[in-house]
Design a protein around this ligand. Sequence first.
Ligand code: TYD
Length: 213
Amino acid sequence: MNDTTRGKFITLEGIDGAGKSSHVAWIVDFLRARGKTIVSTREPGGTPLGEKLRESLLSEAMHAETETLLMFAARREHIAQRIYPALERGDWVVCDRFSDASHAYQGGGKMLDRRRLSVLEQWVHGEGSSQPCEPDLTLLFDVPCEVARQRIALAGRHLDRFEQEEAQFHDRVRHAYLDRAQKFPGRFRVLDGEASLDAVRAQLEKILVDFGA
Ligand code: TYD
């Protein structure tokens, strides 16, 4: 998928409590105001089957490998049903989490073998095919784990299975994300999630305009 009519694929990432969710709607509105047709979606989820899998993934205890396989199964369906067709139509896709989350949470947090994750990723993204499904831009909202933990505690809502993990888990997730950003500097932009909402929006606006929005 590299012809000029193909849409752009933007993913949002960060540890729980990094503030990513506060920015999704703003990003979508900003891109729409600049004339883009947007498909806004999320993982795990994004399709009827994916949303059913999400419910189990966020609440039911399971083996870490089962969890990984279900994340990628939901992703395969998501790419086939929504992401790929949207990009083919020329729409832009804004996705709240994608495969980098599996590298960060299942690879970093749960310490699963990175090579296995790469095999699943290549399979599910269709690497090696003429039109693999890779993000064009990944916005990583980065905050120290302690700040994220305090924000989640302040919100006072029910915690899902991942949010209930110990502090070291979230620290490993954060560092796995930062490692990914270093490994793929072409598509990653790291945002300071501790900055004020306005300051983050100013950073986002510049990144999106530079990206061609
Ligand atoms: P999240 O997107 O943060 O939803 P909300 O904003 O409603 O809390 O929650 C999804 C959780 O799933 C998050 O804790 C990270 C986890 N996750 C993985 O562990 N691996 C993955 O591949 C994906 C996509 C998500």
